[in-house]
Design a protein. Structure first.
Length: 104
């Protein structure tokens, strides 16, 4: 939704991303996060060039966009469920980042 709001385009995935254990690479720190997902659409990476958004996360399995941010507007999002539990807590840091942004 954030990518669309900034003018990017999306497309429907043939099978979608469903369930747990989807590896996603955080491009900021080069770490792999194991994520839980349930979506059918992905952001068209080429369409991001016309926006202020930068790619922050990518799906290891199919190279689709899994996260974006706009530093100027202090906005970020991911295309998976960082709150998922029980299971991996690899993405819990995103909540800390959000809280720190609100404090500033």
């Amino acid at each position: 939704m954030i990518s669309l709001a900034y003018g990017a385009k999306t497309y429907k995935l043939k099978f979608g991303h469903r369930g747990g254990n989807h590896p996603v690479k955080n491009l900021k720190n080069n770490k792999i996060e194991i994520t839980s997902q349930n979506h059918s659409y992905a952001v068209d990476e080429k369409s991001l060039k016309k926006t202020d958004l930068e790619v922050t996360h990518k799906n290891i399995l199919d190279d689709t966009i899994e996260g974006v941010e706009c530093k100027k507007d202090k906005v970020f999002s991911v295309q998976y469920h960082p709150e998922s539990a029980p299971g991996p807590q690899d993405s819990g840091y995103l909540f800390d980042e959000f809280i720190n942004m609100m404090k500033k």
